[in-house]
Design a protein around this ligand. Structure first.
Ligand code: CA2
Length: 151
């Protein structure tokens, strides 16, 4: 039984998760993360739509669809976090809560990863919690959507 729907959106190169750089991103694949999110969704009463694209325009089109299709958005914009005003504009156009997730702690890494165009739009930002960050984001999203508050 679900009470709300959440789009979990993943940006460029996250399809390579689990194949390289395990010291930074861990050893789970994106399919493993999708499964974790589906399980969390069942537990929390959220219908999860989990998607990934390497293409900025595709991510933006999905966000436009989300204006009418979903109640909240969890997004790991990957490198577009640091570069894309277009993605930030698309997120701004959606009057739904957004939670930003990063698997690694971007603030411990190169300076160019320290700025996010998405964070000013997000209700919350979860960084450096590994792939567990997605589950934490869904838990927070369930709280926000259930209570309709920001406590
Ligand atoms: O830590 C995160 O989740 C990031 O969003 C991941 C992005 C990076 O550009 C951000 O600064 C932080 C990179 C995703 C690429 O993921 C890969 C995973 C394994 C192998 C190669 C790439």
């Amino acid at each position: 039984m679900t009470f709300a729907s959440v789009l979990v959106l993943n940006g460029p190169n996250l399809n390579l998760l689990g194949t390289r750089e395990p010291a930074i991103y861990g050893s789970e694949t994106l399919a493993d993360v999708a499964q974790r999110c589906a399980q969390a969704g069942e537990r929390l009463g959220l219908a999860i739509d989990f998607k990934q694209s390497n293409a900025e325009d595709r991510l933006i089109d999905w966000l436009h669809d989300a204006r009418t299709n979903v109640d909240g958005i969890v997004i790991n914009p990957a490198a577009y976090t640091h570069t894309s005003v277009a993605l930030a504009d698309a997120l701004t156009a959606i009057a739904k809560p957004v939670i930003e997730v990063h698997i690694s702690n971007a603030h411990k890494r190169e300076a160019f990863r320290h700025h996010s165009f998405v964070s000013p739009i997000a209700e919350a930002v979860i960084v450096g919690c590994g792939t567990q960050g997605y589950v934490l984001a869904l838990e927070r999203m369930a709280t926000l959507l259930k209570a309709g508050d920001r406590s």
